[in-house]
Design a protein around this ligand. Structure first.
Ligand code: 5RP
Length: 263
């Protein structure tokens, strides 16, 4: 189901109107305005006092955490926040939110996170920022997994706009055999993600490497593909989030929001 809220309709509800007003008065334009609008709408529509909340990683989640912090202050919300990365942990702490963990809160009410691409069924590619494993664990512990993204991520099928490949987190000593097996069993090419401003590969928060697998163009059954990759020894997790998201909010350049639920 697809809903497109234009500014007028969005401003029709008090909370949503606030979101739009602030998005417009933030001075942000284009993609950044879209990220902010999507993040604020998700927080305003889904966060309630008493919840345990999974906090995603990336640039869009920054706007969500800012909005959560505003609401905690103004509405005295009681929340437990569980991070999906080192970045998310810092965001929670920097915004004076209550930092928790899956040890203390193994069952979450909600998890909010960004995505690199989202298809018609709300299957996602995630891991552009290398945090896919903890993101998937946290999302799997949440009753509702909510995606926030700008309009560039709103796609009919995976691999259309996100052409950097499917991130795969691998145990370092296995990276080469996994590269070879992925290419042999599924085609395409899996490149070791290299660091910028550090010699050598990207090292994840879990001390592992990332392969970015560019799939052959005729790849469609992502659920089967995900299962096949996960069966290769040395693979920790993939950035394919299949049938996990309950709703996705996409912020458009004009500050409006398109929300989608699975068909
Ligand atoms: O999966 C992720 C990190 O591993 C991010 O959520 C994803 O890359 C989207 O990031 P952004 O909000 O910066 O577009």
């Amino acid at each position: 189901m697809c809903r497109h809220w234009n500014l007028t309709r969005f401003a029709g509800k008090v909370v949503e109107g606030l979101t739009v007003t602030r998005a417009m008065s933030s001075g942000l334009t284009g993609v950044e305005a879209g990220k902010r609008a999507a993040a604020r709408a998700a927080v305003d529509n889904h966060i309630k006092t008493g919840q345990a909340v999974g906090i995603g990683s990336g640039s869009t989640i920054v706007f969500a955490v800012e909005r959560i912090a505003e609401r905690v202050k103004s509405e005295k919300l009681q929340l437990q926040c569980v991070p999906t990365s080192f970045q998310a942990k810092q965001l929670i702490q920097d915004n004076n939110l209550t930092l928790s963990s899956l040890e203390t809160c193994p069952k979450l009410d909600i998890a909010i996170d960004g995505a690199d691409e989202v298809d018609d069924d709300l299957n996602c590619i995630k891991g552009g920022g290398g945090c896919l494993t903890q993101e998937k664990i946290v999302a799997s512990c949440a009753k509702d997994f909510i995606i926030i993204a700008d309009y560039r991520k709103n796609s009919g099928s995976l691999g259309t706009y996100w052409t950097k490949g499917i991130p795969i987190e691998v145990i370092p000593m296995a990276y080469r055999p996994v590269q070879i097996r992925v290419a042999a069993e599924l085609g395409g090419k899996a490149d070791l993600r290299m660091a910028i401003r550090k010699a050598g590969p990207v090292v994840t928060d879990n001390g592992n490497f990332i392969l970015d697998w560019v799939a052959p163009e005729n790849t469609h059954n992502w659920e089967v593909v995900n299962q096949k990759i996960k069966m290769i020894p040395g693979v920790l997790e993939t950035g394919l989030f299949i049938k996990m998201a309950r709703v996705a909010y996409f912020g458009n350049e004009d500050g409006s929001i398109t929300s989608r639920t699975p068909p």
